[in-house]
Design a protein around this ligand. Structure first.
Ligand code: GYE
Length: 324
């Protein structure tokens, strides 16, 4: 039964609880040790970007002589929450978390906070209304996804050559790069004027899903002449779909992408992808350097920003060797 007295008690204990959780994070600074046990909760390993990121994290941990507790959530946010809980149970010193989606990973962030284990968000963010850097987790290390989407749109506005009907292949629904790459692109393309996004659907950042979705959207919108994919994998899948539809990528349909892996930069050289914004997965050095700054007691900025390159026909050849 809800009585006024019950409400008062409940809200009083909620406040007490909130106080304890706040204190827990602040009261457990990183102890000075020769070596650390560090968790890295990866989202999935189904694309070259993820594999490059994992390799970079493992290489840097090995270089420093740290023990890395590595988990792969295999595309499941629920498993990723369980992975973080298991890291907490194993008593890791810090957790690097690449939150698959913005909202479902909030409980993992809060559980680590409650256990006094600092969390560094890697490459994807969590919902900023539900958790905050410097309070619930240390910082977000990653790119400006809104800016990435905007850069694609601005390139298109300058180089469209009369093409105007856009199919958008979105990343994983509810993930920060999908939300923000859409926001940045859609806003900038609207501001540019003269373009129409004829369809926008998720391809889950995956090659085959991207191919399938592109195939059905190209059938539904035979007049589409631009495909903007939120990552390389879906862009490469879309190229197959364009060819299967008997059209020529780069000529009949412009393909635009984000990530800048070697295969995509090669596609720019070959002319099948028109332009790509880089989003570099080599997080190891920056992740552990940020952890070292935190261990020294430095105040970490809420967002450790990665700077992205841009590839198009003017520079793809020279840049190819350096692409991941
Ligand atoms: O673009 C994509 C990966 O979170 C920034 O996730 C990352 C994105 C990247 O699966 O290829």
């Amino acid at each position: 039964m809800i009585t006024r007295r019950n409400i008062l008690i409940t809200s009083a204990s909620a406040t007490a609880l909130a106080l304890i959780t706040t204190l827990a994070f602040a009261a457990t600074p990183l102890a000075k040790k020769d070596t650390y046990k560090v968790g890295f909760a990866q989202t999935e390993s189904n694309n070259p970007w993820r594999i490059a990121q994992t390799e970079s994290m493992k290489a840097e941990a090995a270089k420093l002589g740290y023990q890395l507790v590595y988990t792969d959530a295999a595309g499941s946010a629920a498993k990723q929450v369980a992975d973080v809980n298991s890291m907490i149970a194993q008593g890791v010193d810090v957790i690097f978390l690449a939150p698959r989606e913005e909202k479902p990973l909030i409980p993992a962030v809060m559980a680590a906070k409650k256990a006094g284990i600092p969390v560094f968000l890697l490459d994807r963010n969590v919902d900023q209304k539900l958790a905050k850097a410097g309070e619930d987790y240390v910082t977000f290390i990653g790119s400006d996804f809104v800016e990435e989407g905007r850069r694609v749109a601005e390139w298109l506005a300058k180089n469209a050559n009369g093409k105007s009907k856009i199919i958008e292949l979105e990343g994983t629904t509810g993930s920060s790069p999908a939300n923000d790459r859409k926001k940045g692109f859609d806003e900038a393309i609207k501001a540019a004027g003269g373009f129409e996004i004829v369809a926008s659907q998720t391809g889950d950042f995956a090659r085959d899903k991207g191919r399938q979705v592109a195939e059905s959207l190209l059938q539904a919108h035979p007049d589409a002449d631009v495909i903007y994919a939120h990552n390389d994998e879906m862009a490469i899948g879309a190229i197959s779909a364009i060819e299967a539809a008997g059209k020529v990528p780069g000529k009949d349909i412009l393909v635009l992408s984000i990530d800048g892996g070697k295969e995509a930069v090669q596609a720019v050289v070959d002319g099948t992808i028109a332009a790509v914004v880089e989003c570099n997965p080599r997080f190891g050095p920056k992740a552990f350097e940020t952890m070292a700054r935190y261990a020294k007691g430095e105040t970490i900025e809420p967002w450790v920003k990665n700077v992205d390159k841009f590839y198009d026909g003017t520079n793809a050849k020279e840049e190819l060797a350096g692409a991941y």
